[in-house]
Design a protein around this ligand. Structure first.
Ligand code: ZN
Ligand code: CU
Length: 489
C-alpha cells in the first residue's frame, strides 16, 4: 500500500485504455476496468475510481465498448501471407492479433525446390517454398515483422513431399526416421506442433502408425498435434477414433481441425460426433476448432465434386475469369460434366457448400470449440471467412442469434486457444500479460464479407493493439507492425 501522498502522484504509462467493459478471456463476466500498458505488456488493471492518477502517452477512450484480449486465429494458412503482405489487413481488421500457421499438413517450411502439389499450392508457387528449415522461416517472419503474432505448426504433408519420392504409400522406417529428425529440428527452432491433412492426396496413404511415430516426437517437447482428419464425411466416426488413438498412443494433446459433418448424407450427425469427442476428452486432451459458415473451401479436386452441393470457384490458374462463378454454370456453358469442368479449371480453388447450418451451430456452441477461420489468403475470390470469421461469431451468432453469451464467445477466441496451444502470457487480460488487445462495439460488430463480395472489412472494431503497439485505430490500419514469432519454449 502506498501512503496518502503516493496515491495522488501521477503514474505514467505508455498507454491507458479507459472506460471499457473488460472481458478478460477466461470466460468471466464483464467488469468496468481501466487497463494500463508499459512496453509490450499490461502494467496495471484497476477500477475507474482507482485510476484517476494514471497518465498515458496514448489515451484510448473505450466508453460503451468491450475491451478483450486480441483474438487468436487457431486455424490459418497464413504462412506465406505474413511474409508477402505483413500488414495482414484481413486479420488485424477483425481484431485478430495472433495467427497459427501450418495447419492441415501444409507448412511453408521445411522444404525447398518443389513444384508444390495440391494442397501445398494453397500457400503459393515454387518461388514461395524457399525455407529448408523452420529456423529460417521463423527468422524471415521476424524480419517481415507482420502486424500479427505468428505461431507455426509443421505440416506432415510438407514433410512427406520433402522426403518421399512417392507419397501414394506409407513411409518406410528410414523415411519416418528422417521426418522425425526434421520435425524435432523444427520444434527446437520454435515450432509449436505438428499438423496433418490425412484427407489430402499428399498424405492419405500414410497409415496411423506413421502418424503416431511422428506425433511421438511432440511428447518430448510439449508440442500439440492438429489434424484435418482422413474423412469428415461418411467415415467421420472412424476418423475421430483414429484421432483419439493417435493422441493416446503418442501421448499428445490433439485438436480436431475445422470440425464438420460433410455432405448431405451426413448432415445432422454432429450430435454423434460431439458425443464421441465429449467421451474421448475423458481419456485424452482433445480440442476442436470451427469456422462460422455452412461452407468449406480448399483446392478444387475433380474427385470431390458432385451435383449434390453448390460449388463456387475461388481461383483458377488457366481460367482466372472463373472466380466467383458456380462450377455448375461453367460446366453448363462448356457442355461437360462437373468433373471435366473441374479438371479443366485446375489448379484451382473452390467453396463447397457441404455443411448443414444446424450442425455448424451445434459445433460452434459446444463449449470446447475454438474459433479458427481457415481463411485462404491467396484466393482471388476467397471464402468470406478470411475477412469475416471473428466479427461473424460475435455479431451474428452471439448477439443476434444468442448461441452463447459474449464472455463465452471471447473465451473461445482468446483464453481457450492460448491455453490449448501453449501461447504463454497471451489470450488473457491480466497484469504481466502481453498487451494484445481489441476494443469493439458489441452493438455494431458484424462481418460484411459475403460469398458474392468477400473482400470486405468487418464493422465495429475500433482499436487493436499488438504487443502494446496500436495497429488499428478507428477502424484504420495503424502505421505500426509489431507482431512477434511465438515460440513453444
Ligand atoms: Zn483443412
Ligand atoms: Cu485448413
Amino acid at each position: 500500500m502506498s501512503d496518502a501522498a503516493g496515491e495522488t502522484e501521477t503514474k505514467q504509462f505508455d498507454a491507458v485504455i479507459r472506460g471499457g467493459q473488460v472481458l478478460d478471456g477466461t470466460g468471466a463476466p464483464a467488469r468496468a476496468m481501466d487497463v494500463a500498458i508499459t512496453g509490450e505488456r499490461i502494467a496495471a488493471i484497476a477500477a475507474p475510481e482507482d485510476s484517476a492518477n494514471w497518465h498515458g502517452l496514448l489515451d484510448i477512450d473505450a466508453a460503451n465498448r468491450v475491451l478483450a484480449p486480441g483474438f487468436i486465429d487457431v486455424h490459418t494458412h497464413d504462412d506465406n501471407a505474413v511474409l508477402i503482405d505483413p500488414a495482414m489487413p484481413a486479420k488485424i481488421s477483425q481484431g485478430v492479433t495472433t495467427v497459427i500457421v501450418g495447419n492441415c499438413g501444409i507448412s511453408l517450411a521445411p522444404i525447398t525446390d518443389i513444384d508444390p502439389p495440391p494442397p501445398l499450392n494453397l500457400l503459393g508457387g515454387r518461388d514461395s517454398f524457399q525455407f529448408g528449415s523452420m529456423a529460417g522461416y521463423l527468422a524471415a517472419v521476424e524480419t517481415a515483422r507482420p502486424s500479427v503474432n505468428v505461431a507455426a505448426l509443421v505440416g506432415h504433408g510438407t514433410l512427406r513431399v520433402g522426403r518421399m519420392d512417392d507419397v501414394d504409400r506409407s513411409a518406410t522406417a528410414v523415411e519416418i526416421a528422417d521426418m522425425r529428425d526434421k520435425l524435432a529440428a523444427s520444434l527446437a527452432a520454435g515450432a509449436i506442433g505438428l499438423s496433418t491433412g490425412l484427407h489430402y492426396k499428399t498424405s492419405h496413404a500414410a497409415d496411423t502408425a506413421e502418424v503416431i511415430a511422428l506425433a511421438e516426437v511432440l511428447a518430448e517437447t510439449g508440442g500439440i498435434y492438429t489434424t484435418h482428419m482422413r474423412d469428415e464425411a461418411d467415415q467421420i466416426m472412424a476418423s475421430l477414433q483414429e484421432t483419439q488413438t493417435t493422441a493416446q498412443r503418442a501421448n499428445v494433446p490433439v485438436v480436431v481441425s475445422h470440425h464438420k459433418c460433410s455432405g448431405p448424407a451426413n448432415w445432422g450427425r454432429s450430435g454423434e460426433t460431439l458425443a464421441f469427442i465429449e467421451t474421448a476428452r475423458e481419456s485424452v486432451t482433445m480440442g476442436l476448432d470451427a469456422y462460422p459458415y455452412a461452407a468449406g473451401s480448399t483446392v478444387l479436386d475433380p474427385d470431390w465434386v458432385s451435383d449434390q452441393i453448390r460449388i463456387m470457384i475461388t481461383t483458377s490458374q488457366p481460367y482466372p475469369e472463373a472466380k466467383g462463378r458456380d462450377l455448375s454454370d461453367i460446366a453448363g456453358e462448356w457442355q461437360c460434366s462437373l468433373q471435366d469442368a473441374a479438371a479443366r479449371l485446375a489448379p484451382a480453388g473452390a467453396i463447397y457448400f457441404q455443411i448443414d447450418e444446424a450442425d455448424m451451430q451445434r459445433i460452434l456452441a459446444y463449449p470446447p470449440t475454438m474459433i479458427g477461420s481457415d481463411g485462404l489468403p491467396h484466393d482471388e475470390h476467397p471464402h468470406p471467412r478470411l475477412w469475416g470469421t471473428f466479427p461473424r461469431v460475435l455479431g451474428h451468432y452471439c448477439r443476434d442469434l444468442g448461441l452463447f453469451d459474449l464472455a463465452t464467445a471471447i473465451h473461445k477466441m482468446t483464453g481457450l486457444p492460448a491455453k490449448t496451444f501453449g501461447l504463454r502470457d497471451r489470450g488473457v487480460i491480466r497484469e504481466g500479460a502481453y498487451a494484445d488487445l481489441v476494443v469493439f462495439d458489441p452493438e455494431r460488430i458484424i462481418d460484411l464479407a459475403t460469398y458474392e463480395d468477400p473482400v470486405q472489412q468487418a464493422a465495429g472494431i475500433d482499436y487493436v493493439l499488438v504487443n502494446g503497439a496500436l495497429s488499428l485505430r478507428q477502424g484504420d490500419l495503424g502505421p505500426g507492425r509489431s507482431g512477434r514469432v511465438v515460440r513453444n519454449h
